[in-house]
Ligand binder design. Structure first.
Ligand code: A3P
Ligand code: MG
Ligand code: MG
Length: 380
């Protein structure tokens, strides 16, 4: 079943050691029929409050309020004096998802068999954002990734490790970029209300510790997945379809003024936007187009299901099927390699643009990411 990785011959020994198995990320290898992707089902949600504390409920849910035809949202407002920024030096790994799993383990655990007593009925647990990176990998030319994988009770947990390059970028991030990261959250504040019948309050504080996360279950070919992703807001109509179909993803992007800009928007932005929302079954993206001065001057709704038609006329554009087939084959690759059930063992998958995916194995290392409280809590 593993068609795209090669056993590289070890020059010295002439052997093909398991650890030199690799996976190619070349687009053409993944140009085949779209794999089965079951409609994602929301199995729960959780919230992180202004101090990043976990709650097993939807208290941080927000409600989308459609802006005027001609908005004039100043995204710079409040950056200096009404901004509480999440500490990016704190690596949360899968902790919030693990907390959610523990809080819901009785409803999640399957009947159990002799060889896997009351295990989770899923093959993989991860963040939606990690899957988004996998989906876009065949088209990515700038940033590599590191994904740590550990098998526990028959389920493979996948947690990202920050690359050295990403850490350096983050630490020397220019002030202008820091401010532009705020803009996206400020747009959310202009378009979201705390209740279905209230209005947005742009005079408040933007606190990026706060989050509402959905937890969904789905299947990609023969991979059963459970993952969580942050959701910006939902349709405020109480008659809207149930989650995740009522969710709305908010985005900002530079105003499009030329055909070249439109083409780049289709080729690069829409790939990331599509991948992020398609995975959890979020059907709608509301884009705020901003001028150079950080003022949103127009908005437009994109239906995730229509994105592939929008990009059809772009020459040599990205294809959803390549994204999904690569992700599927990567998960098969992981399944073939991550065989040992051991919470302290990490298989570290590593990728750099224009290279193949490789991996290394680490026991009791800095990479171990399943906390004691989770191991103990799941065994009890
Ligand atoms: P926009 O990208 O919409 O401008 P999300 O859209 O995923 O809900 O993220 C909300 C905002 O967080 C983004 O808004 C952006 O401002 C910031 N952000 C998220 N990921 C980022 C990244 N990798 N680099 C810079 N900013 C990011
Ligand atoms: Mg978000
Ligand atoms: Mg968003």
């Amino acid at each position: 079943p593993l068609t795209h990785h090669r056993d590289q011959l070890d020059v010295k020994t002439g052997q093909t050691p398991l650890r030199s198995q690799t996976l190619s990320t070349r687009k053409d290898l993944y140009e085949r029929d779209f794999p089965l992707y079951r409609q994602p089902v929301e199995v729960g949600c959780f919230s992180l409050d202004s101090q990043r504390r976990f709650f097993n409920d939807g208290r941080q849910m927000r409600y989308y309020v459609e802006p005027d035809k001609n908005p004039n949202f100043d995204l710079k407002d409040g950056y200096k004096d009404r901004y509480v920024r999440r500490d990016e030096n704190v690596k949360e790994k899968l902790d919030h998802i693990l907390r959610w799993i523990l809080a819901n383990k009785e409803t999640l655990k399957s009947k159990g068999t002799a060889d896997s007593p009351r295990a989770l009925d899923v093959d993989f647990v991860t963040w939606r954002g990690h899957l988004t990176k996998l989906l876009t990998t065949p088209y990515e030319t700038k940033e590599g990734w590191l994904l740590a994988a550990t098998k526990f009770n028959g389920t493979v947990y996948i947690s990202e490790v920050e690359t050295e390059a990403a850490r350096i970028e983050r630490e020397k991030r220019p002030e202008r970029n820091k401010e532009m990261m705020y803009w996206g959250y400020k747009f959310e504040q202009y378009t979201c209300a705390d209740n279905a019948d209230s209005l947005p309050d742009p005079s408040g504080v933007v606190n990026t510790n706060e989050a509402f996360c959905t937890v969904v279950q789905t299947r990609l070919a023969d991979h059963k997945l459970l993952f969580s992703g942050e959701v910006d807001c939902r349709d405020k109509d109480p008659n809207a379809p149930p989650p995740p179909a009522c969710y709305v993803e908010l985005k900002t992007s530079p105003e499009i003024c030329t055909p070249k800009q439109r083409s780049n928007f289709h080729r690069f932005k829409l790939l990331k936007w599509w991948a992020q929302s398609f995975l959890p079954g979020v059907p709608r993206i509301v884009a705020g187009f901003k001028d150079h001065d950080g003022v949103v001057v127009s908005t437009e709704t994109f239906l995730v299901s229509k994105v592939s038609q929008l990009i059809k006329n772009e020459y040599n554009c990205w294809r959803p099927t390549v994204c999904m087939n690569f992700c599927c084959d990567f998960l098969s690759f992981v399944k073939a390699i991550v065989t040992e059930n051991d919470h302290s063992l990490v298989y570290l998958f590593s990728w750099e643009p224009y290279k193949d995916v490789t991996y290394s194995v680490h026991r009791d290392s800095q990479y171990s990411f399943l906390p004691r409280w989770f191991i103990d809590g799941m065994s009890g």
